[in-house]
Design a binder for this molecule. Sequence first.
Ligand SMILES: CC(C)(COP(=O)(O)OP(=O)(O)OC[C@H]1O[C@@H](n2cnc3c(N)ncnc32)[C@H](O)[C@@H]1OP(=O)(O)O)[C@@H](O)C(=O)NCCC(=O)NCCS
Length: 293
Amino acid sequence: MINIRGMRESDTAEASRIFRLAFGTFLGLPDPNSFSAGREYIATRFHADPGAALVAETDGKLVGSNLVTIWGSFGTFGPLTTRPEFWDKGVGSALLGPTIDLFDQRGVREAGLFTFVQSPKHLALYQKFGFWPGFLIGVAAKPVAKAAPWIRHSPSAAAECPALTNSIFEGLSLSVEINSVEAQGLGETVLVTGGMAICHCGERTEAGPGTCYIKFACAQGPREFQRLLEACEGLAFDRGLTRLETGVNFERIEAYQALMANGCRVERQALAMHRNGLRAYNRRDVYALDDWR
Ligand SMILES: CC(C)(COP(=O)(O)OP(=O)(O)OC[C@H]1O[C@@H](n2cnc3c(N)ncnc32)[C@H](O)[C@@H]1OP(=O)(O)O)[C@@H](O)C(=O)NCCC(=O)NCCS
């Protein structure tokens, strides 16, 4: 029997081990456990919102986990992983039921996810729960070249971020990520007039060694977006990081084109799937960066 319960801090090490093994096995890595070395997802997401982290057990043994992310009225989840010897035995599905319940309990209006575009299994699994294929997502990066001024998020600016996110999708709130970056020392939230970016920096964050990862950014328009990208590169430069990484849904074509014009290259593509086919803030003129990984 599969039992789903809330994750505890004492589960994070084993959940993290299963996460690396599952992805490393799926991708056919020679050493599956080396997947995403130097990057941390499980413990950091657990600490960001402990009530939204789930594990699956059979006979008292941890066999899978899922981390649910609630950004106000929008939700996403992942990494969803199960032990390879339990694949196709219903563990992933068992974790997805309570994931959807969490969305409903927390007032999530629309939800989306990032998955492997080449995998019919992933499509079929998520379709069972009402997620349908949308556009592709590009994971893009560039070398860090130059210094630039940037301003750190402060309590006095606290009202600006909700106003910005609300303007691209009603009720979208990134406060859980801003607080998590600050409380766990994962990086910085960078501000410019009319723009904000939540960045993870370096090892043991979602960025990994040498990288500054823009986990979420949004700006009012093209000029603010340009200043924001320069400010994020400035943060990376000051931290001695050599690579700036982010993700963008290709439906946000103006933001994608601006990334390319700034020297970013797409390193890989994934598929966005949307609950009930509703595309949230994936529109051509939305200057937002994230990849829902
Ligand atoms: C993806 C993953 C979480 C799924 O977990 P799981 O425990 O195997 O999931 P389940 O057994 O509940 O469901 C798998 C479903 O896919 C179906 N399936 C398997 N191969 C398939 C294929 N080629 N085409 C269509 N459906 C397929 C199974 O029949 C099952 O559906 P059913 O319950 O209706 O029979 C797991 O395989 C994993 O950890 N993979 C590596 C990490 C990963 O890719 N995570 C997700 C990233 S988005």
